[in-house]
Each structure stands twice: as C-alpha cells, then as structure tokens.
Design a protein around this ligand. Structure first.
Ligand SMILES: Cc1ncc(COP(=O)(O)O)c(C=O)c1O
Length: 400
C-alpha cells in the first residue's frame, strides 16, 4: 500500500517539462542545445505593465484580495470581453486565478463527478486530460486529423457525445497545433452542441491575440448565443502580454459555476497575487502596442519555420492560423533508421534521437495525443530558428 493518493497514480507528469529538463541537463554538460519546447513568448513583459506592478507594491497593494480577484480587474475583464468578443458579462460572472491553468482546474474540480466524460479534441494541451483525471472525470480524446488541419469535425464531435458528457474543452488557436477555427468552422461545432443541452463548453482562448494573416478570432458564446448559459470563456494575460511568470488567468460564465469555482479557490490558493492582478489590469486597459509589435514577428517566424520544415525529408508541416507552435507530421520518417542504427519507430524515438544527435529539443506528438508528429515552439529568435530547422533538415536527410 502506498502513502500517496490513488487519484495521483492515474496522472502523469508533464512531458513538456521532462523534455525541457533533459535539454537543460545536456546544456549544463556543455552541449550546444536549442530548445524549441518552451510554451512561452521569448519577449520581456512590457514596461507599462512592470511599472504598474511596482506602483502597486509602493502603494501597499500587497495584501490578500477577494478570493477570485479585485473588482477593478473584474470590471476591466468585462470591458475586454465586450471590446474584443462582443460578450456581455458582469463582475459577478468573472473569476480570476493563478494562471489560466488554475481557472481550468477550478472549473473541473467544481463540476466533475465520477463517470463524467470530458471531450478533448486531440492533439490537445498536455494538461487537459490529467486535470480531468485529477477531478475524478474521464477524458474522452477525439482525434482531429492533419488532413483537416487538426480541427475537430462536427461528425466526430456528434459521435463522441454520450449522456455522460459534461464538458467539451475547446482551444483555438490551439496548443500544440496552432490551428484556429474560422467562424464557419466553429458554428458547425456549436450547431452540434445546441442539440445536446447537457453538454457545457469550456473554451480556452489563451492564444486569442496570437493570430496571423488577418485571422478573425471567435469564441463559442459569441458565435452561438444559445450556448452563453453553458459556456465558460477562459482567457489570460500569460501568452498575450508575455506574462507567464505573473500567473494571472481569468474566466467568465454563469454565476453558479463562478461561485463554485470561487469556493475551490478560497480553500486552495485564497486569491491570485495582488501585485500581479494590478499588473494584469494595466495589461488589459493600458496601451495595446505590444500586441501589434509581437504579432508580425511571430508571423514571420511561423512562415520561416513552416517553409524550412516542409523542405525536410519526410516531414509535412501545415501552416497554422495562430499561437506560436507548428505540429509537423513525421509519417515519412517512420521505419527509417539513424546512421547509428536506431529505428524511428514512433515520434518519441524521433524526438529523443533528434535531441541527442543535433541538440534540438522538440516535444513528441504522443504527449499531445496525436502521432506521429512533434511540436515546435517558435517563440525564439529567428537566428536560432534557422539553425534549429537546418539541423532538423540534416537529421531527416541522414535517416534511411
Ligand atoms: C492552451 C493553454 N491553456 C492554458 C495554458 C496555461 O496558461 P497559464 O500560464 O496562464 O496558466 C497554457 C500554457 O501553456 C496553454 O497552452
């Protein structure tokens, strides 16, 4: 008998953190490593946001706050939802947490009972299935194929829904594929959901502002107002404003759900950092020029990486609409061997061999629930990306 909780045995540690740790070890041992595995912008937090945090400290705003956030930030979040998404929410419909991750976790813990199913389009962000398991629910991954640009089809969604389905977790633009659903594509999914009133939607809009080629971001409750009463719209400042370390995420939804999430939070972390909340207020209400500065840079990097990876033997890399990831297929490399004689049986072997022979760290597709692929994060400098993609091309060329 183990001292540890049984629920924990169903949960695996984050594979993205494992790869990043391995890359760190190689670097410490003197290897020339380029990590394309990190899920955060490489830019610094904008100065106006840092200044707001310093001012909050100086003004003594350093105490506990209301459990799910200060009213000033809740009001700013309501304004943000109106401004960017044409969604009407009141402050009592808003919950602020320690990162988008805690928002999602609170919502799952507050709603799941044993046997409840949660539909998760695959490939998915690594944490969704494990958070569902921690909440005692059952993750139901539904594959979205590369031919469909990794987007869930309405037919696949319809087939996955059962009387036990509680939530659909929706994420656009997506981690790990960067795929963003157009209004028409999303409407086709919401049409299915309208027919199943017991299914709620948890939409993870963390990458809203990272969208390229004029892609028009849209979110379920906006596209289909009939879903408003059963949608939790989740967003945050981590990715949009280069604030991953500040740990502020937020959501809006029905009051009963938001109150239940508040209860979970009040008995776990009490409240998100007071200083970070004041910084997030500045992010949402201050100048938005950082977004206009970073977007074209990410777009240029995306185009560079897609172009170079499509020139690598055996790789196929779709061009995604947003985020800072691409998710190439390695189907053309499966079954080949490295010069050292290691057979590329799956994407985990590919990523391991790529790292050990070239020093380029990527995350293998099995971690995200769809193989054979790997995820590249292009949140790093153009020169590093060129070197890394050249090494990937050489690695692929060396396989036979
Ligand atoms: C899709 C997605 N949702 C949520 C999060 C968590 O965001 P935060 O850092 O605000 O907790 C991430 C971070 O990697 C993500 O990729």
């Amino acid at each position: 008998m183990t001292f540890l909780a049984k629920s924990l045995s169903r949960v695996k540690p984050s594979p993205t953190i494992a790869i990043t740790t391995k890359a760190g070890e190689l670097k410490a041992a003197g290897r020339d490593v380029i990590a394309l595995s990190a899920g955060e912008p490489d830019f610094d937090t904008p100065d106006n946001i840092k200044d707001a945090a310093k001012a909050a400290i100086d003004a003594g705003k350093t105490k506990y706050t209301a459990p799910d956030g200060i009213i000033e930030l809740k009001r700013a979040i309501c304004n943000k939802f109106k401004r960017d998404n044409n969604l009407d929410y009141t402050p009592e419909q808003v919950s602020i947490s320690t990162g988008g991750k805690q928002v999602l976790y609170n919502a799952l813990i507050a709603t799941l009972n044993p046997g409840d199913e949660v539909i998760i389009p695959a490939p998915y962000w690594v944490s969704y299935p494990d958070m569902v398991l921690l909440g005692g629910g059952t993750p139901v991954p539904v594959a979205a194929q590369i031919e469909d640009n990794f987007k869930l089809s309405p037919a696949a969604l319809e087939t996955a829904i059962t009387p036990k389905t509680k939530w659909l977790i929706f994420n656009s633009p997506s981690n790990p594929t960067g795929a963003g659903y157009s209004r028409a594509e999303l409407k086709a999914l919401t049409d299915v959901l309208v027919k199943h009133p017991h299914v709620w939607v948890m939409t993870d809009d963390m990458y809203e502002h990272l969208a390229y080629d004029g892609f028009e971001f849209c979110t379920p409750a906006e596209v289909e107002p009939k879903l408003y009463d059963r949608t939790l719209t989740v967003n945050g400042v981590s990715k949009a404003y280069a604030m991953t370390g500040w740990r502020i995420g937020y959501a809006a939804g029905p009051v009963e759900l938001i109150s239940a999430m508040r209860k979970v939070q009040s008995q776990s972390t009490s409240n998100p950092s007071s200083i970070s909340q004041w910084a997030a207020l500045e992010a949402l209400t201050g100048p938005q020029d950082y977004l206009d500065m970073s977007r074209p840079i990410f777009q240029k990097r995306r185009d560079l990486v897609v172009d170079m990876l499509n020139k690598a033997d055996g790789l196929v890399c779709p061009t995604p609409e947003g985020a800072f990831y691409v998710y190439p297929s390695i189907a053309g490399c499966i079954g080949k061997s490295t010069p050292e004689g290691v057979k590329i049986e799956n994407d985990e072997v590919f990523a391991t061999e790529l790292l050990s022979s070239t020093g380029v760290a990527v995350v293998f597709g099995a971690a995200f629930g769809l193989s054979p692929n790997f995820r590249v994060s292009y949140a790093t400098s153009e020169s590093e990306l060129i070197t890394a993609c050249t090494r990937i091309q050489e690695f692929c060329a060396s396989l036979n």
